[in-house]
Design a protein. Structure first.
Length: 115
């Protein structure tokens, strides 16, 4: 599945497969679970993807000047990537940042928004 356009908030629940999000906006992506691959394609944007803590995943940044950051409940952590995992998060584009936040409790504001 692929979405192209402007979106600021995305909620994903019980999705199995490959999802591509193409947006020039800063996005807040909330996953109730992670089954498959999520590609975030953006130019000059900073986004965050919330995934449940304990989810094994592999993350990769492609493109020019893209950066991945890793947090748990908003606090910076070292990345713990599982290269064998079928669950993948990929950042593509240019001059962008994606923060992967492992949550033990969903942030309050993400409970109120949906796409």
């Amino acid at each position: 599945m692929e979405f192209s356009g402007k979106v600021k908030s995305v909620q994903i629940s019980d999705f199995h497969g490959h999802l591509e999000l193409d947006s020039s906006c800063n996005m807040e992506i909330t996953c109730g679970d992670l089954h498959g691959q999520i590609d975030v394609n953006q130019i000059s944007a900073a986004s965050v993807i919330h995934i449940p803590s304990g989810t094994g995943y592999f993350a990769k940044a492609k493109g020019r000047s893209n950066h991945l950051l890793f947090t748990r409940d908003g606090k910076e952590i070292e990345s713990v990537l599982d290269v064998q995992s079928d669950h993948r998060i990929e950042l593509s584009g240019m001059n962008s940042e994606l923060r992967i936040d492992e949550y033990t409790k969903l942030p309050e504001k993400t409970k109120e928004t949906s796409l």
